[in-house]
Design a protein around this ligand. Structure first.
Ligand SMILES: Nc1ncnc2c1ncn2[C@@H]1O[C@H](COP(=O)(O)OP(=O)(O)OP(=O)(O)O)[C@@H](O)[C@H]1O
Length: 307
């Protein structure tokens, strides 16, 4: 599936006044679905908006389908779909008018009725944008981004605030776009979304890409290397750690939820259960797990809240 880059960002720097939002970022995205993850304020939207041509790099360069998104915007416009986090829409216009208007700007648009039905917007056609619910506005923005059959579509948090049904409908649409050869760059805070949809994941922190790879690559090395159990809060993890092999870790992640990492084999499982028995601990649940993308994300970006 991977091929020539559809998006290539080199040493991108973008500042707002004294604040460096993007700090020498390098990113290559090929065909398929690329998920861009990162904590709040990491620089994802700034990077995506620079790729969309809405912002000019302070330094570095961006190439989208081989074009400069600012200087060659006219060449890119018919080939790229953009879903903004919010705004960009006249709030008094009716949903179907807006979608048909955007469809009319393209040579081979998708069938508008089928698309609105698909995204559960069939009954909203005559409703003005401002009267749509937040989730309906979101779905309309998605429909507007894809109706022109773009080669590449940028989706900035496409499922933020959507109910589970709308989220699934969005995932199916993204999968179908991918199946039709459309490349997708999506930002999301939902790790399961990235795991479900992405061929490639880039994790951004403090304005730089700090890890990139397939979800499997990012989680690799994590195969069966985490053991979790739940028990009563505030167990003596230092004592548990002493019972474990030298390269293990043991931590209480949230009260009563414990994680052991290291070489998780039958011997280590026996050690943990035997330690529990010695300490009168009856675990409610013990599981041996692969690292999830969320584990990797939190390990790389830390657990503290970002301002
Ligand atoms: N127009 C702006 N003016 C000033 N500062 C801005 C502007 N846009 C973004 N920033 C700052 O730049 C940094 C990066 O913001 P950006 O929106 O790119 O992050 P993000 O990764 O998309 O965050 P989130 O996950 O919260 O959407 C933040 O510190 C933000 O406050």
């Amino acid at each position: 599936m991977r091929s020539d880059p559809v998006v290539q960002v080199r040493s991108l720097v973008k500042r707002y006044g004294g604040k460096t939002a993007v700090d020498g970022l390098d990113l290559v995205a090929g065909a398929g679905v690329t998920a861009v993850l990162g904590p709040n304020g990491a620089g994802k939207t700034t990077t995506i908006e620079t790729c969309e041509g809405y912002r000019k790099p302070d330094s570095g360069s961006v190439s989208v389908l081989g074009f400069d998104p600012v200087r060659e915007a006219a060449a890119l416009r018919p080939r790229v779909g953009v879903m903004l986090q919010s705004g960009g829409v006249y709030s008094g216009a009716r949903a179907d008018e807006m979608l048909r208007h955007v469809a009319g700007l393209h040579a081979h648009p998708l069938d508008v009725d089928a698309l609105t039905e698909r995204l559960g917007l069939g009954s909203c056609g005559r409703t003005t944008y401002r009267r749509l619910s937040g989730g309906q506005q979101q779905r309309l923005a998605l429909a507007m981004a894809v109706v022109g059959r773009p080669e590449l579509v940028f989706l900035d948090e496409p499922t933020a605030g959507l109910d589970p049904q709308a989220r699934r409908a969005t995932w199916e649409l993204v999968r179908d776009l991918r199946g039709d050869g459309v490349s997708v760059i999506l930002t999301t805070h939902h790790m399961d979304e990235a795991e479900q949809l992405a061929d490639d994941v880039a994790i951004i922190d403090a304005g730089k890409v700090i890890a990139q790879g397939t979800p499997e690559e990012l989680c690799r090395g994590g195969a069966e290397n985490t053991l979790r159990f739940t028990g009563r809060p505030a167990l003596d993890v230092a004592s548990l750690l002493k019972a474990l092999p030298a390269d293990s870790t043991a931590a209480e992640l949230t009260p009563g939820a414990y994680r052991v990492t290291g070489k998780i084999d039958p011997q280590l499982l026996a050690t943990v259960t035997s330690w529990c028995a010695q300490h009168g601990v009856m675990p409610d649940r013990i599981s041996v797990e692969r690292h999830t993308l969320e584990d990797v994300f939190l390990e790389l970006t830390g657990k503290e809240l970002r301002s």
